[in-house]
Design a protein around this ligand. Structure first.
Ligand SMILES: [Zn+2]
Ligand SMILES: [Zn+2]
Ligand SMILES: [Zn+2]
Length: 284
């Protein structure tokens, strides 16, 4: 499985457009890995996690064929993860040609909020109605918590996370028969119920990509900070959910308490993980 980080920033991206803090100023001058677009991830050339506001430009930058995507897994509908303006370009009104059918997966609440966003963007298009699905060339898969379903060659398992229960936010385990990826942003610390589920079904991840919105000691709602990230990792390693060979990446990185990519690389290495960066592509 090849994974490509299309974006590794939090909702505010990095740098923040109007912020003059030392990290944002440094990011503007150094560019490169310190510029973070809103989070989304590509798996091989046919699966996308989160159709976010930066996904199209990231796809063009990193050579990901967005126009070939057959499966879109939505973690939730927040504006840094779902941009209805991208989805409606599939409509015939925009003279979109040869649109490849795409299955859109999410919780019932996420799908409901996505459809409200699409309706606001293009009045009259109900993405959950048969007509709307046909016009957008999509199929809908309403995923339940702790469910497993197939998406082509992938086996997907959903975990309900505490990020925004009102949006039914979920994180995903993605398996292709060789590798198992955990893509876990946005999330709070996993509940005992999630740990019990992962342990009882003997999940062992080849790669873990996890929320690292805040740095050490900073507590924001609905996300992990560095200390919580490290604790999640400790629990995974203790229970064999992650092992020596498991690749672990931090994503959804905000400027609150985090530092430059190179400083984070040094700091995270001491705990056995690495900060991801936009455009990082890796075979797992
Ligand atoms: Zn987010
Ligand atoms: Zn800043
Ligand atoms: Zn969110």
């Amino acid at each position: 499985m090849e994974i490509t980080f299309l974006g590794t920033g939090a909702a505010t991206a990095l740098p923040l457009p109007f912020c003059n803090c030392p990290l944002c100023c440094k990011a503007r001058t150094s560019g490169g890995k310190d510029i973070r677009k809103r989070s989304s991830m590509a798996v091989n050339d046919d699966l996308l996690v989160d159709l976010g506001p930066d996904t199209a430009s990231a796809a063009y930058l990193y050579g990901f064929p967005l126009e070939q995507v057959q499966y879109c897994l939505q973690t939730h509908s927040h504006s840094d993860h779902f941009d209805p303006a991208h989805l409606i370009t599939r409509l015939p009104e925009y003279a979109s040609a040869g649109v490849v059918p795409m299955k859109v997966c999410g919780s019932s609440l996420t799908l409901k909020h996505m459809s409200e966003g699409v309706f606001r963007e293009d009045e009259g298009t109900d993405m959950l109605s048969p007509e709307g699905m046909q016009k957008l060339s999509i199929q809908i898969h309403q995923a339940f918590p702790y469910s497993t379903f197939s998406a082509g060659r992938y086996r997907i398992t959903t975990l309900p996370c505490g990020h925004d229960p009102g949006d039914g936010s979920m994180v995903y385990c993605i398996q292709d028969g060789n590798s198992t990826l955990l893509y876990a942003t946005d999330t709070t610390s996993f509940s005992q119920e999630i740990w019990d589920f992962l342990i009882s079904y003997e999940f062992h991840f080849t790669a873990v990509v996890m929320d690292h919105t805040y740095g050490s000691g900073i507590n924001g709602e609905g996300h992990l900070n560095q200390d919580q990230f490290i604790e999640q990792l400790r629990i995974m390693r203790k229970n064999g959910i992650a092992g020596e060979q498991t690749l672990v990446f931090a994503t959804h990185i905000s400027h609150e308490g985090n530092s430059t990519h190179s400083d984070m690389e040094r700091e995270h290495a001491a705990h056995g993980y690495a900060p991801a960066y936009d455009g990082l592509s890796i075979r797992i």
